[in-house]
Design a protein around this ligand. Structure first.
Ligand code: R5P
Length: 313
């Protein structure tokens, strides 16, 4: 059944790609990426893909421009090598945050990357927890949009007495996302009034909802600089919460995130492995849950033409 299925890693999250292959029970397919002395990238697919159903795993993490360019070149090389169908598996689509024209003369880069993926040769996209559901509409090809919410919810269900828990959204924009999380856990929710001052600075004011003397789970799609979480935690402490837990799909952990979060009063931060966390960035209280089985199931269903949404029923 898996004879004509191949999975490649674009290099940004090879541990996840290997784990996906282990679940499917196929070897990770081989390619090389190197750099010429003039800084240009070079990509070569090291095995035949003629008439194969090919999946390329690449999260758009730091260095994002290199990882994006590398992915485009891999897609192009696969198409030239006569792959039957090519799926870009993008566990973390970072440019989804660039999803609207909220200032004059800016690029909606989430849409631009979607166009470039198509031009480079992708026939479909498989991704997880896009920053906004509307980003799905940027793609003019089929997109299967997975979520790590059930995985993170299951972890907290086993760990906590949920009768005393309130789920918290870090801002109004994340209320729908946190609402789905709260619904699955059958808890109430609260929303923080967040104002972003700059890329790395956020200001917060009110907590909308009842959190006093409750345990809280702050749920967000990603932790980038950790600025949002640090200010959220301050606000929640002032509001008199008990223990603070965090759930987030994408552990980007850039800038001073590790330093800030490892010193914060958060009891546990539960994330997924859509973004590879190098050993030196792990800290006490950080728990990483694997999404590999979910991606492997989705890949096998796409390969055999079965429903992917059925995975979440
Ligand atoms: C913003 O709208 C997102 O949902 C996250 O809250 C944000 O990306 C986190 O970024 P940072 O960790 O840099 O505050």
């Amino acid at each position: 059944m898996n004879d004509d299925l191949k999975v490649f890693s674009g290099g940004s999250n090879t541990p996840l790609a290997k784990e996906i292959c282990d679940h499917i029970d196929i070897p990770l397919s081989r390619l090389t990426i190197s750099r010429f002395s003039n800084d240009n990238l070079f990509v070569q697919i090291k095995e035949s893909v003629r008439e194969k159903d090919v999946f390329v795993v690449q999260s758009l993490t730091e260095p994002a421009s290199d990882h994006i360019m590398g992915l485009m070149m891999i897609l192009d090389a696969l198409r030239s090598a006569s792959a039957r169908r090519i799926t870009a598996v993008i566990p973390y689509y970072s440019y989804a945050r660039s999803d609207k024209k909220d200032a004059p003369r800016i690029s909606i880069t989430g849409r631009l990357i979607a166009d470039l993926l198509k031009t480079a040769g992708a026939d479909r996209v498989l991704t997880m927890d896009l920053h906004a559901d509307s980003v799905h509409g940027f793609f003019s090809m089929p997109v299967d949009h997975l979520t790590a919410v059930p995985t993170i919810c299951d972890y907290f269900t086993q760990k906590l007495d949920l009768s005393q828990v309130v789920v918290v959204a870090t801002d109004a924009g994340g209320a729908k996302r946190a609402g789905r999380f709260a619904k699955r856990l059958n808890t109430s929710m609260a929303i923080i009034d967040k104002r972003r001052v700059s890329d790395s600075e956020v200001k917060q004011g009110l907590v909308v909802g009842d959190v006093k003397d409750k345990d809280v789970i702050v749920f967000d799609d990603e932790i980038s600089t950790g600025g949002t979480l640090v200010t959220t935690v301050n606000t929640l402490e002032q509001a008199g919460v008990r223990d603070i837990y965090v759930g987030a799909t994408h552990p980007v952990l850039c800038g001073n995130a590790v330093e800030n979060l490892s010193q914060s009063p958060i009891t546990e931060i539960v994330v997924s492995n859509t973004v590879h966390i190098p050993e030196e960035k792990h800290f006490n209280g950080l728990r990483v849950l694997s999404t590999a089985f979910l991606f492997a199931q989705a890949i096998q269903r796409i390969h055999t033409g079965e429903s992917v949404s059925a995975l979440f029923k």
